[in-house]
Design a binder for this molecule. Structure first.
Ligand code: AMP
Length: 401
């Protein structure tokens, strides 16, 4: 069975075609700059690459590019579209409506649409992606939606409520939802597998650290708390996002600078974080390099990031009443080994001990344990694979499992 996984953003659409017999990626690519001018990239599992500037005015035109590439004489990987058994979509916001993956129906599309106010850019783009897919691939190919928020739906109310007047929860569904759920779900299960234990018996803290970052506390396979909130702005400092801060900082700066809510949104989401503090870049590699060559603000940005990761791991250890394993994943978590080392050194009080040599070598897709044999807590680097989770869920649902 071959499954096409789609991640539709407002101006981009990533795809992977996965062969579920061995879970290998047969082809993957990205439609970039949709509605702007258009750039298309396609790569096959056996290393054939195709890249071109091509106008894509909307998601339907982007899907036509994907379809053509998959069927292409030189760069194609299938002979007939009917070889694509099902399509799985990543959806950022499932709100309180969707606590698990589901087959797409008109009601499901309406449900995702109704959540657009909670994730304006993302959910609107996802709906465009689903509708475009129906147009290009036809109604006979089943589609499944997998939600970033779903894994977090087990959080208790005390963890997901914000202490604002209760009416805003009732009127507008203002609460913590959490994001990156598919990633946290994948790496926590993989962690249990690597430990050779049932996830039901484990307390795990997963650190998804990338351009967007979130940290999650998982008890017995169920999320009990996560750092992102109503939107992906909450939690630890990120590439360009603030993470959590005193809400008065927002009103104070807005008043001083005469900023509208939209202006403030731009400051908090696009101009802050590593970029805002360092003034160098939002990319951790650039900031780390600048810090190493003596840039003090870059060093401060790194110090804040590591301090915040440490604070979340510390507080979630208390929430869980101990921790069996800590997992690092995503661009920073999988590659920037100095952050892992510095954070874990500070956790020595909890019995965490990292093997520095193994840690250094655990980059660029290497999966494995980085804790020393005598560490009381297992520490892992696990490359995330959200597409695989989406493909697995899609297969299960279309097989009626
Ligand atoms: P992500 O959002 O998961 O793609 O992560 C992006 C972040 O990971 C950026 O801050 C990068 O600096 C950092 N990173 C470090 N090393 C790598 C790498 N080899 N590949 C991709 N991202 C990396």
């Amino acid at each position: 069975m071959k499954i096409l996984v789609i991640n539709a953003g407002s101006s981009s659409m990533k795809y992977q075609l996965i062969d579920m017999t061995d879970e290998s990626v047969i082809a993957k690519g990205n439609c970039e700059r949709i509605g702007v001018d258009g750039h298309f990239k396609h790569k096959t599992g056996d290393g054939r690459e195709y890249e071109t500037d091509v106008v894509m005015n909307n998601h339907t035109e982007a899907f036509v590019q994907i379809k053509n590439a998959l069927l292409d004489e030189n760069y194609g990987v299938i002979k007939n579209l009917s070889e694509v058994s099902a399509i799985g979509h990543r959806i950022v916001q499932g709100g309180s409506l969707f606590s698990e993956s589901t087959i797409v129906t008109e009601d499901v599309i309406k449900g995702i649409e109704s959540l657009i106010p909670l994730a304006p850019l993302h959910n609107a783009a996802h709906v465009q992606g689903i509708r475009a897919c129906l147009e290009v691939f036809g109604k006979d190919v089943p589609e499944v939606v997998v939600f970033d928020t779903a894994f977090h739906s087990t959080m208790p109310q005390k963890a997901f409520m914000y202490p604002v007047p209760y009416e805003y929860y009732e009127k507008y569904a203002v609460r913590r939802y959490g994001f990156h759920g598919t990633s946290h779900r994948y790496v926590s299960q993989r962690c249990a597998d690597l430990m050779g234990k049932d996830i039901k018996d484990l307390k795990i803290i997963t650190c998804h650290l990338g351009n967007g970052s979130s940290i999650t506390a998982i008890d017995g396979g169920k999320v009990v708390d996560t750092s992102m909130g109503l939107t992906p702005l909450d939690g630890i400092m990120m590439g360009t996002r603030t993470g959590a801060l005193d809400p008065s900082v927002v009103t104070f700066i807005a008043e001083k600078e005469h900023f509208s809510p939209t202006d403030m949104d731009t400051v908090l989401n696009k101009k802050s974080g590593l970029l805002g503090i360092s003034g160098v870049s939002s990319d951790d590699r650039d900031v780390t390099a600048a810090a190493e060559s003596g840039n003090e603000r870059a060093q401060l940005a790194i110090d804040i990031l590591e301090y915040e990761i440490l604070k979340y791991i510390g507080s979630y250890t208390a929430v869980l009443g101990g921790v069996d394993a800590i997992v690092f994943t995503a661009g920073i978590g999988e590659n920037q080994y100095t952050h892992r080392e510095n954070v874990c050194k500070k956790l020595a009080f909890a019995g965490v001990k990292v093997d520095e040599e193994v840690n250094k070598k655990s980059i660029r897709g290497v999966e494995g344990r980085i804790s020393a044999p005598d560490s009381k807590v297992d520490v892992f680097v696990i490359p995330t694979n959200e597409e695989l989770v989406i493909a697995r869920d899609t297969m299960k649902l279309v097989q009626g499992d």
